[in-house]
Structures are given as C-alpha cells and as structure tokens.
Write a new protein. Sequence first.
Lengths: 354, 401
Amino acid sequence: MNIYIQAASAISPQQTFGESPLLIERKEYNSNRLNIVEPDYRELIDPKSIRRMSRIIRMGVGTATDCLNKAGIKSPDAIVTGTAYGCLADTGVFLTSMIEQDEEMLPPTAFIQSTHNTVGGQIALMLQCHGYNNTFVHRGFSFESALLDAMLLLQENDAINVLAGSVDEITDISHAVLTRFGFYKQLPVSNLSLFSSDSKGTIAGEGAAFFLLTSQPSAGAYAKLDALTTFYKPKDTNEIEQYILDFLASHSIQIDDIDLVITGNNGDHKRDDIYKQLKRSVFINNSLIHFKDLCGEYPTASSFALWLAAYIFKTGKVPAAIQYEGLKKDKLKRILIYNHYLGIHHSLQLVSAC
Amino acid sequence: MDNKKDQDVFVAGLGAITAIGNNVGECLASLEEGKAGMGAIRFLDTVHRQKIPVAEVKLDNEELFSRSGSSSRVSRTALLSIIAARAALDNAAIYNISSLRCGFISANTVGGMDKSEKFFAAFHSDPQKGKLRDIMLHECGTITEWVADQLGIFDYVTTISTACSSSANAIFFGARLIRHGMLDLVVAGGTDSLTKFTLNGFNTLMILDQQFCKPFDEERNGLNLGEGAGYLVLVSERVAASLELYCRLSGYCNANDAYHQTASSPDGTGSYLAMKGALARSGLQPKDIDYINLHGTGTQNNDLAEGIAIRRLFDPDFPPMSSTKSFTGHTLGASGGIEAVFSALSVRHGLIYPNLRFHTPMSELPFVPETLFHKNEPINHVMSNSFGFGGNCSSLIFSKV
C-alpha cells in the first residue's frame, strides 16, 4: 500500500508556518535556545479557545488545523500525537504552586492541561473527532512511534486519513535543567555556524509538525512516505550502517537511489561523530543536508526533518539557504532521513516524490 | 510491515503488583477474600496524609528496590514496573526468548514524578540545587527504557500516555505489532506510582472520595488513587503453539469522547464507541460477553457515562460486571494493564470479581454490579474498559482459547 503525505505543517524557530515562500533565509539566533516563531493563531483557532490554551496546546492545535486546512480535510479518521516531554509549562506551574502553597488551595487548570495527551485530546475536541486517538511519549522515538501507528492504521484499512504529528516545547525550567545535564553549548554560538562549532553540546529547539497521511491522495499531495524504521541503542557505527543498508534492501532500494540524505547533526562534536563516519561510509556518494541549525535539538526534531522533506517535494527544490555543499542531482525522487537522539534513538524515514 | 490481519495474538504470561498483592497470586487471593487495598497514606510524603485514603503497594521503596534485582534506587514507578514485567515474563516461561523479536510497550502518566517532585522542591529554591539523578527518569519514556534495559528487550521499545486508558492502548498497540509480523513477543501494560503531583491534581478536581470508593453506587463520592503495575506477555500464533496460554486478545478499540478535557459526555459517546468497536473487531455480539471489568472509578461522572453507554449497547442482556478499582484504587496509567491481568485470569479460570461496597443501585441504570466472587463460571469472553482524560476511551476483549 502507498502512503501519501497529503499535507504537512510545521511551527518552528524558522519561518515555516503560513504562506510560502518559506525558508528563504535562515533565521539567526545567537543563543543556545531556539524558540518557535509564534504565528497569529487567530486565523486558525477560535479566539475564545486560544485564551484557554497553553502555549504548547496552541502550537499543536494550530499546526494540526493548518495541516488539515491544507489537505482540505475537515476531520481525520484518527489522530496520533508524539511528545517526549508533554506539557512542560503546565507541569512546572502545578509543581510550583504545589510547593509555594504547600499543597493547599491549588487551581486545577495547570494539572488538567499537564496531561501528556492534552494536545491530541484538544485536537479531537475541536474537530469533534471520535476516531482513534493515541499519544506516544517515548523520548527520541515519540514522533516515530506516532508515525508508525498512523502507517499501521492505514495498512489495516481502519483509517483512510490519519493526522499524525508531534509537539515539544522548551520552558525556562527544562532549559535550566538540561543545561545542568550539559546538553547545550556553554558559549554563545550562532545557529548559522552550528556545524562548524566543533564543541560539546548542542542548541535547544522546539516545535510542532503535523502530517495528514492518507491511502487515498487527492491532487496536490506533497510526497509519499515509503517506509520508517527505528533502532534502539545500536552497539556501534558498524551496526548502524548495517541497519541502514538492511532497511534500504528490505525496500529494494540501493543507496545510490537516494537523491538526498537529511541527517540530524546537532553541532555536538561527540554526537555528530556518527554522522561524520556515515558520511565517509554509506553516504559517501550522497548529497547531504542537515536541519538542526534551523530547529535546534529536541526529542521530536525528526518531525521537522519529515516536514522539510515533504516541503522539498512539494516545492520541487531544496531551499538555497540550506544547501551547504551543493546537490549532486537536480531532480529529486527519493529522500532518506537519518536522525539519532543522544545516540540512543535512531530512525530512518524514506520519502519519495508522488 | 506485512499485513497479517488474520494472525491471532495470545496472552502467555501475567504480572502485577498492586495494593492488594505483590504478585498475581496475592492479588487473586485478595480478590477472592474481598480484601481491599485502600488505607491511610503510609509512604507518600504529603500534607494530605491523614485526610485522603489511597491504595498504596504495601512495600516501601527499599523493599521494592531489593525485589527489583536492580542496582540503582530509581523511581518507584520504574521499580513497580520491573517487578511486574519480569514476573509476567517468568510466568510465560519462554525458553528461547533470545531467538524472538521482542518488544516492551509500557504506559505511564507522569514518568518518574515521585523523584522529580523531590528534585523540583530543591531546584525551586535554587536552580543549582536538586540532585540530577532524581530527575534522570522524569520523562515517561525513560521509565520504560530503564525497565526494557533491565529485561534485555531492545527490538522495539515505546511508551504510551493517554491518561487512564494508557495501558489498554499499550496492550493493543503491542498486539498490532505482532499481527503485522513485526514482533513475535511483546510485554505490554503500564505502571504508575503515587505522587504528590497526581494526588494534588486529582484533589483540585474534587473527585477524590474521603472514604473508600463506591463504584457504580448511587451514593458514590469519587475515586481513590492507587498505584501499581500490570503487564501481559503477548505472543504470536507461532510462539503460542508451544505454550500454555491464558486467552486470546480478540477485540480492541480506541475512540474519543471529544466532549471535554476531563469530563465524560452525558451519553458516554466515547465509552460506547470503544466497546462497540471492540465487539466489532472480535466479531462478537453484546450477549457473547460473559463479564465486564468496568472502568468504574467511582466518580459521579465516569460511572454514569460508562453505565449509560453499557445500557445503550447491552440492553437487555447485561453480563455480570464489576469495578476492581474497589480493591486496587485507580492506578491511572497502570489500570488498563492491571485490569487486563484480572480479565485474563477471569477467562482462564472462570472468575467473576466482586464490586466492593456496593449498596444502592444507580437510579439511571437498569443493572447493578456483581458483589460476590464467583469461580468456575462458564466464561468465554471478557471485556475490559479504560477511559481517561482527553476523551481517550479504550476497550479490550479477551477470549477463551
């Protein structure tokens, strides 16, 4: 069965949301924290509802709504969401009031909105969508798990249109805690020179991306989602190389059939070593681009890469701003996305032109 | 991802730890003796200690740690999970497990919040304070991963969080991966420990009964929070061929109420659709169901919505039904897993569990829950309901093999 990306939408630290042309130039940040470009949600969501929504709910619901509008679909058969951290801001608010008020007289709103399935539930509520609704919360696999679930639903013929996506936010608290873990670069760095920074740590990112996946595309579908796989804690780069080759072989594809590889380099010299090794081995003849200079690093950043691949097929070209080394092929038919999160969660997404 | 829709998925092992027992055998004994697990708070450090009853697992963190076989004193949620998940695998007694493609799909609602809230108390006073190791397992997925690593399961690992329906969704996502031929064996279920965060959260919603809960009673007054973990070992037909089995997972459905973030719709739309969809999947009629393990939290809202949905679907053939939350409390992300364990035992051994503390029928409903423990009943099909915040409603059906 062919699975199509009928439409895609992303809110990110770049100008990726709204009307084209998008990504004409990369937005520069001189800090280790890339927050989303906040869109005007009033065109998408009932203003009365917006006021009641926390920031991450707006991000998720706004992206989902935009995606459905682009696909021309009022309500999907199923909604599947991935979020590693869930609703961090509300979790922080409730924890803070619990401490400051010594567990007495707490307002319920933050608790209610802190639940991990809030975004998925709010989308269903807004659309009055009674169909299948699931939320995956597994770190660097959150988005991939949601995407797999969506693909299985289509293959099972239990759905024709599935809305699948992910959302994660940075908060002051999460940024402070992850900084203490040493995740981020200590000295200010421009995201535009992320890949030449050659130092420890990365830059924090956030964002939402939703996709309308369908087995019955209509005119204007962005791309085909051919395959997806994940692998957990591979032992070494050899094993990763083998996973990649096996994955392609299982879909009867040679590495030379891949016209563009999008890899998840995040500027952390230790984490990027895997990508550098692969560039010298399996990907040696492929054109490569990256994406975390655009969106920063977060557990569901691979959804931004899928948005980028879909956008490239939709517009028929790779935005000049992100062509680092020139492209070896003019006409793109197949894109492979390889991402890993913390060296633990590895995923491959194979996308092709319709 | 070959589509093997006709492949059946079987339950080959069970593991649970709850307020009524540290293993499946102890839980079953308590169910038979009518012994509830609620009581005054012993382990959770909260100002509500003397006021709100809960259903705590009767082991403190040190005792759980020593039973966990692990070398680190991690979140209680992870300790409960490893104890129940390992018990389920031991129970399945699969000798050639290393040759199988195995998955661990676990649910929880607040990850390692029991430790995070300790971290946060220190961090709140000074952002450089708080031990980082206390927040290592904050994310829901880190709990699952820690347990998967202990179990040695690496082929597929993921976490689902759909509030109180989380582990029902984990179980049937696992079953689907087997049906698609992607995995041979999945340990699926969920875990949650009591935390100040959830206790205070539910307290703000004013749905915690100050007494022991009375599900499906006209005088019901809210839920009691519980904790625990429950897992099934799901296997493919090929693996099942050489094993002693509990039952088959014959039906499942996930639907959304799309009514309110926390409240259920008055006509129980989501619950109705979930139960109806699970029946359709299994090819069964309502009259084929021999026992329903209710979601039955004991709140005004849930029991009415669930009851109305059951009336719409089952009238006039109401099977025996009960809420085992009257024993275990509401274990949130673990409840679907724990109740799936009880449902599998019901099919295997012909058991019907009592709904404790039921006195007065609900005026809106033409049926009452079962109040006595029954064994050796002719039970072929059991339905297990799990409904949650965000409108997430899921039903599972377990059938005799």
